[in-house]
Structure formats: structure tokens, C-alpha cells
Design a protein around this ligand. Structure first.
Ligand code: NAX
Length: 331
């Protein structure tokens, strides 16, 4: 039998945490033959609720779950973890300035960066979910210089999956037959969902999404805004933000990163830009990636038309501006 892997979930008493920890304990994230030990972190006001989640994990009697650490101590939470899913953060409350929210999150991600650096297992893979996800990940990277930049990522897989879902609904095909959408840039409303290279598996082979949809006005308009605004639409309907879909996407992100993407298929991940596709280096930007042997690499050589270029640049500009704001919030 395999040795258990320690997986950290921060903000584990929150709503994504509540959906995510049972998925991890069932093997959805690391595979049905991989035992896990869950490390759950939250802040003292949520300690009692966090303990309740721990009680439910015990009650669920998951065969793969070999232990649960529920704590408000960051060092204890990070000790020996090989995967860290950072869901905890400071939410924007009504009437709050953007700079004030950024200041709170910069301070959280700066201190959690140090804790991971000191206590996590070597080669720990980090996924930041909490918003502003790209910039929180960038701060984490900057303040954990001993963790390789390639180990620090943010979640745009939910946006990617939303794009696949919209195409599947529109064409009336199975979502599992749709692939190679791309989310470029920020996990925000400036993200650019791009289907120029996406395909659908049909009985006559793989066909381009653009050819099958045959409606460029929809693909360049409503499709993009629907994906960009989907988070807001969920809040409107549920009076709560996306949780099960976010948790599921976090599992997809880590699973594909660790176990690899199928040949000929890519996924979207927020990763440290090396300047590919003329995206400024030094931002955490969402790119199409292939994963193999536990490492991602940016898919190279895709053609970028003028429409795409503008949208990729606009979301990069927003990320550069967020980066400057984050730096101005450092104390
Ligand atoms: P909740 O408010 O339900 O949960 C957040 C939890 O984090 C709370 O239990 C809180 O006590 C805890 N927390 C706060 N500060 C902490 C700290 N310093 N250390 C550890 N825990 C801390 O929010 P939820 O709906 O679960 O969303 C969590 C985050 O995910 C938010 O920032 C949200 O904006 C972000 N999202 C990101 C998505 C993405 O695709 N990247 C999509 C879903 C989601 O909106």
C-alpha cells in the first residue's frame, strides 16, 4: 500500500472547504489508491466549526483517510504537507476599499508563505484558490523564495470547466467530449475564455468548436461574458458563491498536475509567467498547460489572432496593476 500524502486545506471551515475535504478523502484529488492525511487550517473564530468538520470526517469513515489535523496553528497545519490548497482569505465586504482587502490578503499570504517554506515537505505543490487568486499566489511565491516558482499556482480550472460546460450545453454534446478551451490571464471578469483551439469528439473525429457552433458572434460575445460573469450568476441564484464547482475544479487541478494530462489534452492553470505568448514575465497568469511527471509546461506555438491578443493584453494589464497594488500594501 502507498504511504499517505499530507494535504493542507486552509479556510477549511468555509463553504469551499466543506465541499472539498470529503472529495479529497474519497480519492477524487489524488486517486482512489492514494491514502491521505488531511490538514485543515482556519482562524480562531472558526475553530469550533472546524472541529465540527473534523467530527463529520470521522463519521464518514472514509477508507482512504488515515488522519485529520484540525488546527488554528499555521506551523502545525503546514508540517510535512506535499499538497497545499489555499482557500482561506479575507473576503471583500461591502463598503471596503480594494486596497484594504488587498492589504489583509497580502499579510495573510506573506505569513503563510513563510510557514510553508519552513514546514511543508520539499517539493510541496501549492494551489491558491482564495481571491485575488493570481495575486495571492504571486505574494506567496515572492515570500517563499526557497519553494520553486513552478510549484506555486492558482485556480482558473473552474473558469476552464465553465467554458467546457457552456460549449457542451450549446451543442448538446457530452462535456467529456469537449476539450482544449483556454482561460488566459486573471481569475476575474477580465479573464479571456478562448475556444479558438477547442475541439469536440464526434463520430466523424475531432471537430473545431468554432466550426460546430458556427456562430462567431455568440462565441466572441455572449459565450465570453457568460463564462466571465458565471461566478456572479451563481451568487445571484444561490445567495452564496460557487462552492461545489470550485472544490471539484481544485481536485481536477491537482489531479492533472500530479497524475498528468491525457495526450493531446491541455488544461488551464494560473502559473508563473516566463514571457510565453508575450505575457509579461513575473505575473501569475493563466495559460494552457500540459502536465507530465508532476510538472506543468505551457503549451507553445498556438496561433493568436488580433481579437485574442487584445483580450490577453487587457487581462495582463489588470494583473500588473494588481501586482503594483499588492506591493504598495506591503508593510
Ligand atoms: P468562506 O468565507 O466560506 O470561507 C473562507 C474561510 O477562510 C473561512 O472559514 C475563514 O475563517 C477562513 N480564513 C480567513 N482567513 C484565514 C487565514 N488567515 N487562514 C486560514 N483560514 C482563513 O469562503 P469560500 O466561499 O469558501 O471561498 C473561499 C475563497 O475562494 C474566497 O476568497 C473566494 O473568493 C475564493 N474563490 C475562488 C475561486 C477560484 O476559482 N479561484 C472560485 C470560488 C471562490 O469564489
Amino acid at each position: 500500500a502507498k504511504d499517505p500524502v499530507r494535504v493542507l486545506v486552509t479556510g477549511a471551515a468555509g463553504q469551499i472547504g466543506y465541499a472539498l475535504v470529503p472529495m479529497i478523502a474519497r480519492g477524487v484529488m489524488l486517486g482512489p489508491d492514494q491514502p491521505v492525511i488531511l490538514h485543515m487550517l482556519d482562524i480562531p473564530p472558526a475553530a469550533e466549526a472546524l472541529n465540527g468538520v473534523k467530527m463529520e470526517l470521522v463519521d464518514a469513515a472514509f477508507p482512504l483517510l488515515k488522519g485529520v489535523v484540525a488546527t488554528t496553528d499555521v506551523a502545525e497545519a503546514c508540517a510535512g504537507v506535499s499538497v497545499a490548497v489555499m482557500v482561506g482569505g479575507f473576503p471583500r465586504k461591502e463598503g471596503m476599499e480594494r486596497k484594504d482587502v488587498m492589504t489583509k490578503n497580502v499579510s495573510i499570504y506573506k505569513s503563510q508563505a513563510s510557514a510553508l517554506e519552513q514546514h511543508a515537505a520539499p517539493n510541496c505543490k501549492v494551489l491558491v484558490v482564495a481571491n485575488p487568486a493570481n495575486t495571492n499566489a504571486l505574494i506567496l511565491k515572492e515570500f517563499a523564495p526557497s519553494i520553486p516558482a513552478k510549484n506555486i499556482t492558482c485556480l482558473t480550472r473552474l473558469d476552464h470547466n465553465r467554458a467546457l460546460g457552456q460549449i457542451s450545453e450549446r451543442l448538446g454534446v457530452q462535456v467529456s467530449d469537449v476539450k482544449n478551451a483556454i482561460i488566459w490571464g486573471n481569475h476575474s471578469s477580465t479573464q479571456y475564455p478562448d475556444v479558438n483551439h477547442a475541439t469536440v469528439k464526434t463520430s466523424a473525429g475531432e471537430k473545431p468548436v468554432r466550426q460546430l457552433v458556427a456562430d462567431d458572434a455568440w462565441l466572441n460575445g455572449e459565450f465570453i461574458t457568460t463564462v466571465q460573469q458565471r461566478g456572479a450568476a451563481i451568487i445571484k441564484a444561490r445567495k452564496l458563491s460557487s462552492a461545489l464547482s470550485a472544490a471539484s475544479a481544485a481536485c481536477d487541478h491537482i489531479r492533472d498536475w500530479v497524475l498528468g494530462t491525457p495526450e493531446g489534452t491541455w488544461v488551464s492553470m494560473g502559473v508563473y509567467s516566463d514571457g510565453s505568448y508575450n505575457v509579461p514575465a513575473g505575473l501569475i497568469y493563466s495559460f494552457p498547460v500540459n502536465c507530465k511527471n508532476g510538472e506543468w509546461s505551457i503549451v507553445q506555438g498556438l496561433s493568436i489572432d488580433e481579437f485574442s491578443r487584445k483580450k490577453m493584453d487587457a487581462t495582463a494589464a489588470e494583473l500588473s496593476e494588481e501586482k503594483d497594488l499588492a506591493y504598495s500594501c506591503l508593510s
